[in-house]
Design a protein around this ligand. Structure first.
Ligand code: OSB
Ligand code: MG
Length: 366
């Protein structure tokens, strides 16, 4: 497949409500989109890097820079999704930038061949259950109202962001109000240390599905020490950047569940490798999110339809974050989203909406 050029497009997407985690508050999503142009098709991808390097070392300006300076110039003359990964391998890190480039090439390739991303990846479901990630709130009553609202919309699983000072009380309040059958989990985004183990064990009585990334990104050994001190299953997000990391975490006993985000691990092919590895070892996986627009959301739904994704993901409807999505909105029905069936990621940006949110575009001729 010959690529004639690649567009880097920055868009600014206002969030319907501020989203607060232990690492910061977002009010607007600053997104880098890639459009790969070939004589026969265009491929789209969304880079999940955030404005500031707080969740991980990557950030949007840095991703754009490494793409234009190193990654795009390294593309083979006639790339496909598999050869892109190999060509980018010598460059260390920058997995979110690499994932965006590989995904845009893969999307173009699949649109040419007429195959959906879900079929390409080996998906087995045609719809996936929707979970929702709820940010840190100003008060417990506000949190309970928010949870109630999502349950009314049909969401199947609730994830609460936690941090020191906002952990036991919100979990207790949600359990007491919504009962023992609510699938409930928490995400600390690396806000604790191993010295907090006795405190984190106080979450055990609330029968959570999992606790996500309690300790620092690079603390695999500490997570392995923490896991046996909790009855709550331990899930890793930030710590798992590759299949090698997943293998290390599994053999150390650092987690029993993995949140797979294709951007964090360098693309959908690596995401599938982690899925396959986890499945072979009996670990559950689920599909995380990075406040994606419809472009990234569509591709995540394809991944979440693989058979090892046995827990609901952060695969929410478009309106959980955006009043107006740049694609046709994903609207949950009966707590599920359909897996796109069209060629490639199966969705396209709506040109007028895309133009309205566009901050800048840059064309790179190949
Ligand atoms: O840790 O899973 C996370 C959003 C941005 C960065 C990191 C995380 C999140 C979420 C929300 O929890 C996921 C989503 O709904 O897209
Ligand atoms: Mg997380």
């Amino acid at each position: 497949m010959k690529i004639t050029g690649i567009e880097l497009r920055r868009i600014a997407m206002p969030l319907v409500a501020p989203f607060r985690t232990s690492f910061g508050t977002e009010t607007e999503r600053d997104v880098l989109l890639l459009r790969v142009v070939t004589p026969d098709a265009e491929g789209w991808a969304e880079c999940v890097a955030m404005t500031d390097p707080l969740y991980s070392p990557e950030y949007v300006d840095g991703a754009a820079e490494v793409l234009r300076r190193f990654l795009i110039p390294a593309l083979p003359a006639h790339p496909d999704a598999h050869t892109v990964g190999r060509a980018l391998h010598p460059f260390k890190g920058h997995r979110m930038a690499k994932a965006a480039l590989e995904t845009a090439v893969l999307d173009a390739q699949l649109r040419v061949s007429g195959q959906s991303l879900a079929a390409f990846l080996g998906a087995s479901a045609d719809q996936v259950p929707c979970g929702v990630s709820i940010g840190i709130m100003n008060s417990i009553p506000e949190l309970l109202d928010t949870v109630q609202g999502y349950l009314t919309e049909g969401y199947r699983r609730i994830k609460l962001k936690i941090e020191p000072g906002w952990d036991l009380a919100p979990v207790r309040a949600v359990r007491e109000r919504f009962g023992p059958d609510l699938p409930l989990q928490v995400d600390a985004n690396a806000a604790y240390t191993l010295a907090d183990a006795p405190h984190l064990a106080r979450l055990d009585p609330y029968d959570l599905l999992l606790i996500e990334q309690p300790l620092a990104n690079d603390d695999l050994v500490q997570h392995a020490r923490l896991a046996p001190r909790l009855t709550t299953p331990l899930c890793l997000d930030e710590s798992i950047e590759s299949a090698e990391h997943a293998a290390a975490a599994i053999s150390l006993g650092a987690c029993s569940i993995i949140n797979i985000k294709p951007g964090r691990v360098g693309g959908y092919l690596e995401a599938r490798r982690i899925h396959d590895l986890a499945r072979a070892h009996g670990l559950a996986v689920w599909c995380g999110g990075m406040l994606e627009t419809g472009i990234g959301r569509a591709a995540n739904l394809a991944l979440a339809a693989l058979p090892g994704f046995t827990l609901p993901g952060d695969t929410s409807g478009s309106h959980r974050y955006y009043a107006t999505d740049i694609t046709e909105p994903f609207v949950p029905r009966d707590g599920h989203l359909p897996v796109p069936t069209g060629p490639g990621i199966g969705v396209d940006p709506v040109p007028d909406i895309l133009d309205e949110v566009t901050v800048s575009t840059e064309w790179i001729t190949l």
